[in-house]
Design a protein around this ligand. Structure first.
Ligand SMILES: [Fe+2]
Length: 312
């Protein structure tokens, strides 16, 4: 099954090289230093790299790459800042381009709109114009990431699961499912997280982002996208959506959006591999997690997990 329209020969064609249900991804972040042994181990554990900067380090290993951009498909800055991204896309040809779905105003400061909130027609017009610009430099698969909802007008429509499904369908695009954004949207709109997740167009999922948001328990307070390291609650969300995504035939790229401490990220990557590649090796691998200094051994286990993953 393909989720990218008819022009996908990128990720879809590469699936057979990796695990049966998913790819293990790694975002290339500002923490990456070529001489850091933690970085080398993280790169060894990754199957796909996510690049967010149109001038990524030249020393990255020759893994499949996807490009994720922090601007929304309907905002003015997408067009204003596009030229270097277009150069990168045209020359590097990443396996996937993704950016945010929305927002509902052409200009904003943080979560506040600084131009009129667009209706449905204007939103589609702006997105279409920016898609044309994108398509002038890139013919590969495209996906859009769900936002976190705040009641400011900036997220009007774009966090509504029915609108999201229609939007992705109209542009032949996949879904980048940010689980923290979904949980924040659910809280801020008054849903339970799982009830919101199951209303999303999960069959279009091509990428999943995992991190821990701040979700206050006091009624009336809003959730915040804090990008902390995922814990059991977040792994539970991943399991919840992977069941549904896999049942729909999708094989997403899954990555952790945590950027504070590489040794913590390494342990989380190991947990991610366990979550995605079955529980059989979990006991030995999990035993290595709490011990600082045992990371190398843990990643040998991770290497075995990868080697044991069914091919084809
Ligand atoms: Fe994300």
């Amino acid at each position: 099954m393909t989720f990218f329209g008819n022009d996908n020969d990128g990720l879809d064609a590469r699936r057979g090289a990796f695990g049966p249900d998913s790819f293990i991804g790694l975002p290339v972040s500002h923490l990456f230093d070529r001489s850091d042994s933690d970085v080398a181990e993280l790169l060894a554990a990754a199957e796909v790299l996510e690049v967010k900067n149109p001038a990524p380090p030249a020393w990255l290993p020759p893994l499949p790459k996807v490009f994720h951009w922090g601007y929304g498909i309907a905002e003015d800055e997408f067009r204003d800042r596009f030229p270097p991204v277009g150069e990168y896309l045209a020359s590097a040809g990443p396996s996937l381009f993704s950016c945010d779905l929305g927002p509902s105003a052409r200009r904003h400061e943080g979560i506040l709109p600084t131009s009129p909130v667009m209706g449905r027609k204007a939103l589609y017009e702006r997105a279409r114009a920016n898609m044309e610009l994108l398509r002038s430099r890139y013919g590969g698969p495209v996906a859009f990431e769900n936002y976190n909802f705040y009641p400011t007008g900036l997220y009007s429509k774009v966090c509504d699961p029915d609108f999201m499904a229609e939007f992705l369908d109209r542009f032949g695009a996949g879904l980048v499912l940010d689980l923290a954004h979904a949980a924040i949207s659910a809280l801020n709109m008054g849903f339970e997280t799982e009830r919101y997740l199951e209303r999303l167009p999960l069959e279009r999922t091509v990428e999943i982002h995992v991190s821990r948001p701040y979700l206050p328990e006091e009624p009336g307070r809003l959730g915040v996208d804090t990008h902390e390291c995922p814990g059991d609650r977040e792994w539970g969300w991943l399991s919840f959506v992977m069941e549904r995504v896999s049942a729909a035939g999708a094989r997403p790229l899954v990555l952790i959006e945590y950027y504070k401490d590489l040794s913590v990220l390494k342990a989380a990557m190991l947990r991610l591999a366990q979550e995605l590649r079955g529980k059989a090796a979990a006991t030995a691998a999990a035993a290595a997690l709490p011990r600082r200094g045992a990371d190398a051994a843990a990643f040998e286990d991770l290497g075995r997990l990868r080697a044991a993953a069914p091919r084809g």
